[in-house]
Design a protein around this ligand. Structure first.
Ligand code: AMP
Ligand code: MG
Length: 405
């Protein structure tokens, strides 16, 4: 039996980075950037005002107060998008709106809230009630991003802020990793699709749906191949349908039962089996190999085992295909809220609820941990990871958790 770490190493070694494509910026949420992005300009592109108010020389406001305001002549009105025309002289101000170009001779902006417009002999003036500091309310050119600066790296999983940065630097189209096409095949004589009639001995194929959605959440395109009965002909037929895909996931039929044919059929079809059975719970009976160069994961049939095995192996594999630089799931340290005993030699992934309380993460299990009990997975927001060598983990111990949302 191979360890989780060795198995993951083998998986990541076997997985190749997928090709790239160019897409519209609008469509790039959740995609992985496949190029380094440099800014084509300074952002902001010019010195501008951070407030609606008056652009002036800060020295003209020295000692200004409500009791003793400074009075400046207003010589121009500059809106966002305008180009200021007037030259600012001593004791003059220019009315300015947020985002408008700062007039050349101005070195501060006083916000409108500490001023009052006044008319003196038909001319426009402003009373300033507060002393300004140099550069106050001024946004300097390039203070956010400099022209030529590396703003986003190849491998970045794009979020809304990244997309905003891409728009700011003029990228209407971006190179991203192509989405891998992932075929999903459920197996089992007892397994039926959701809308089929539930008769004695049959179960609905939840795996077809959990895996489908997990593939999408990992950044792939899911292709449902349906359900194969535990017969060589059906398995061979269905597996062959996956050969145009980038990755194949099967569920069920990889254990040691009389009708667990998946591993043998994969071998017959020329799969290079890299490992079978991993020292973990749930998820032990799983197989990984390459079928004509295409990676194939034979995941266990139990609903939680298949989901956990996906999290542990398939999600990182898809991230590698996408050349994604950071893992999609974050890990944290938490304080265990109950005693747990486990079998030595296996790494456990328990369904957990992790919350932030008293300045630390605290984790507890969500209920029965049988690998068929999907409800406790549905209630979990994390996996509590317990190391191989331990047999008893006491309440209050520090444990690693993988956050699932
Ligand atoms: P197996 O790995 O084929 O021995 O299946 C282990 C357990 O998982 C059995 O109880 C199966 O009925 C169940 N199972 C297998 N495939 C699915 C599936 N697609 N959806 C839900 N449960 C399944
Ligand atoms: Mg089965």
């Amino acid at each position: 039996m191979i360890s989780v770490d060795d198995a993951l190493r083998k998986v990541l070694k076997a997985i190749k980075v997928i090709g790239k494509e160019t897409i519209a910026l609008r469509d790039s949420l959740g995609r992985v950037l496949a190029e380094d992005i440099y800014s084509d300009s300074d952002i902001p592109g010019f010195d501008n005002s951070a407030m609606d108010g008056y652009a002036l020389n800060f020295t003209d406001t020295t000692k200004a107060s409500v009791e003793d305001p400074k009075i400046l002549e207003v010589i121009e009105d500059v809106k966002a998008g305008d180009i200021p025309k007037k030259k600012l002289n001593k004791l003059q101000a220019i009315r300015i709106m947020t985002g408008a170009i700062l007039p050349k001779d101005a070195d501060a902006v006083v916000m409108v809230e500490v001023t009052k417009k006044v008319k003196i002999k038909g001319k426009e003036f402003v009373e300033i009630y507060k002393c300004a500091k140099r550069n106050e309310n001024v946004r300097r050119a390039g203070e956010d991003i400099k022209k030529g600066e590396l703003v986003l790296r190849n491998g970045t999983l794009l979020n809304s802020a990244h997309i905003g940065v891409l728009a700011s630097v003029g990228k209407s189209k971006v190179r991203v990793a192509r989405k891998p096409m992932v075929a999903i095949l459920a197996t089992g004589n007892e397994v039926i699709d959701v809308n089929e009639r539930l008769t004695p001995g049959k179960i609905r194929s939840s795996n077809s749906y959990t895996l489908y959605s997990q593939v999408i959440s990992a950044g792939g395109i899911a292709k449902n191949l349906g359900i194969a009965k535990d017969t060589p002909s059906q398995l061979i037929n269905k597996i062959k349908q996956s050969l145009g895909c980038d990755l194949l996931i099967t569920s069920g039929g990889v254990s040691v039962g009389d009708y667990d044919l998946v591993k043998d059929i994969l071998s017959k079809l020329g799969t290079n089996i890299e490992f079978w059975k991993v020292a973990m719970r749930p998820g032990k009976p799983m197989v990984f190999g390459l079928i004509r160069g295409i990676p194939v994961f034979g995941l266990p049939g139990n609903p939680v085992s298949s989901m956990v095995a996906f999290e542990v192996f398939v999600r990182p594999a898809i991230a590698k295909m996408l050349n994604q630089s950071a893992p999609s799931r974050k890990e944290a340290e938490a304080i265990l809220q109950e005693d747990i005993s486990k079998k030595k030699g296996l790494r456990y992934f328990l369904r957990g609820n992790t919350t932030w309380r008293n300045s630390s993460y605290q984790a507890r299990t969500t209920g029965p941990q049988g690998s068929g009990i999907l409800k406790s997975m549905a209630q979990a927001n994390s996996l509590i990871i317990l190391p191989e060598e331990k047999e008893v983990i006491k309440k209050g111990s520090k444990v690693k958790v993988r956050l699932l949302d």
